[in-house]
Design a protein around this ligand. Structure first.
Ligand code: NDP
Length: 447
């Protein structure tokens, strides 16, 4: 590790030793930058790393709300406005009981580099709450969203900060949040993305992260002269990203074998087809049920309580699409022992550093989420563009733009990796390409 990086990491660890997810994300990015930092002293002279690892602003607020019995609850709300060098802060809101400042800082930090890679003018941010939407009525979720936005509205705006969805925040929550923002501001602003089509949303936004990850993996496979046709693929999660990953895999002739949730995994050796996926869409988006129901409905599937998909069956490709650190070193070894030659991340930081070491040692194709799942935020950027020009592009137009963006992220990451001496290393390439653009803007704008 370069001396400058070692010093910045040591300072960070001393100041916030409890922020383990953030430290993990910071170390991954910073240690990729050795060759760039060695080549040019301008970054150290301008204290770029010290400035990049501290959010420009963190907002922490109380979110009191009443359940259907009238009982009052108080959650914590956050918005981490990490870096605005290349555009307004942009990044999702996560509602999940595990949410804390370390997780939101890791997500906001990753978002800075990811947004830079999309080629669109977006800074990085992330927010959310430790609220758990599971098991809550629509009325309770609306009460919560109203209270959350009652505070957040004063800190965001179309040229300041434009949040979107993430775990636990889908179309329903974005609707409630947007309604409350509009009531507070008396202004119909393009202030959230992932909106409904009737009120400013973009076609393909719901599909974008899953489709984009599949397009990225397609590009990686093509470098080895391969395609998705007939490939056996493990997907984790059964939410937004997982659902549209499976949809695109089916369209490309692959055989998606698994989906999961926090209770367990289903493996369907016959493959998940369109009819079975339609069942998952209804189960997860309308009934808000558990993935175990799939195995009750389709006898070709087996349910594994408490298990993740990795290594449960032979597979060529893995597309983790649930949450952070869901593949550890043992899972990575199991994947490789079962024939996996490509890991393309739909989730943010789903592989632990030890798992990444296993991929590297085995020389398999590996795409970090900040490159492969950037299609979601890229299409959010396209939603902002359509709002700004007050026009809506067709499904085909948006899908083509998304596809082109994923191709250029793949190309830029590969080229940066080769230029700095690590050919084929998408992690280094993505971190370097994302970093250089943001750092150049920070230097140009002074301090
Ligand atoms: P959803 O809330 O729609 O789905 C999340 C899925 O992951 C659910 O099946 C959920 O199961 C499962 N999951 C969540 N937490 C855990 C956990 N701790 N252990 C096991 N399973 C878990 O979220 P998304 O699909 O939107 O997001 C999935 C991942 O993709 C996240 O890492 C997110 O940051 C990332 N991402 C999302 C983007 C987007 O556009 N939505 C863009 C880029 C990245 P359960 O229902 O049981 O909780």
């Amino acid at each position: 590790m370069n001396k400058y990086v070692a010093k910045v990491m040591e300072d960070l660890r001393a100041k916030q030793p409890w922020e383990k997810e953030f430290l993990q994300a910071a170390e991954e990015v910073l240690s990729s930058l050795t060759a760039v930092l060695d080549a040019d002293p301008v970054y150290e002279k301008n204290k770029i790393l010290e400035r990049m690892v501290v959010p420009e602003r963190v907002i922490l607020f109380q979110v009191p709300w009443a359940d259907d019995k009238g009982e009052i609850h108080v959650n914590q709300g956050y918005r981490v406005q990490f870096n605005s060098a290349i555009g307004p802060y942009k990044g999702g809101l996560r509602f999940h009981p595990s949410v804390n400042l370390s997780i939101l800082k890791f997500l906001g930090f990753e978002q800075v580099f990811k947004n830079s890679l999309t080629t669109l003018p977006m800074g990085g941010g992330k927010g959310g709450s430790n609220f758990d939407p599971k098991g809550k009525t629509d009325n309770e979720v609306r009460n919560f969203c109203n209270s959350f936005m009652r505070e957040l509205y004063r800190h965001i705006g179309p040229n300041t900060d434009v949040p979107a969805g993430d775990i636990g925040v889908g179309g329903r929550e974005i609707g409630y949040l947007f309604g409350q923002y509009k009531r507070c501001r008396n202004s119909y602003d393009s202030v959230l993305t992932g909106k409904g089509l009737e009120w400013g949303g973009s076609l393909i936004r719901p599909e974008a992260t899953g489709y984009g990850n599949t397009y990225f993996a397609q590009e990686m496979l093509a470098t080895k002269g391969q395609s998705f046709e007939g490939k056996r693929v493990l997907v984790s999660g059964s939410g937004n990203v997982a659902q549209y990953t499976v949809e695109k895999l089916i369209q490309l002739g692959a055989k998606p074998l698994s989906m999961s949730d926090s209770n367990g995994t289903i493996i369907d050796e016959d493959g998940i087809d369109e009819e079975k996926l339609a069942f998952v869409f209804d189960l997860k988006n309308n009934k808000r049920g558990r993935i175990s129901e799939y195995a009750k409905k389709f006898p070709t599937a087996k349910y594994y309580e408490g298990k993740r998909p990795w290594g449960l069956t032979k597979a060529d490709v893995a597309m983790p699409s649930a949450t952070q650190n869901e593949i550890d070193a043992q899972n990575a070894k199991d994947l490789i022992a079962n024939g996996c030659t490509c890991v393309s991340e739909g989730a943010n930081m789903p592989s632990t550093p030890e798992a990444i070491e296993v991929y590297k040692a085995a020389k398999i194709l590996y795409a970090p989420g900040k490159a492969s799942n950037a299609g979601g935020v890229a299409t959010s950027g396209l939603e902002m563009s359509q709002n700004a020009i007050r026009l809506s592009w067709t499904r085909e137009e948006v899908d083509e733009k998304l596809h082109n963006i994923m191709r250029s992220i793949h190309k830029n990451a590969l080229e940066a990796a080769a230029e700095y001496g690590t050919p084929g290393d998408y992690m280094n390439g993505a971190n370097i390409a994302g970093f250089k653009k943001v750092a150049a803007a920070m230097i140009a704008q002074g301090f």
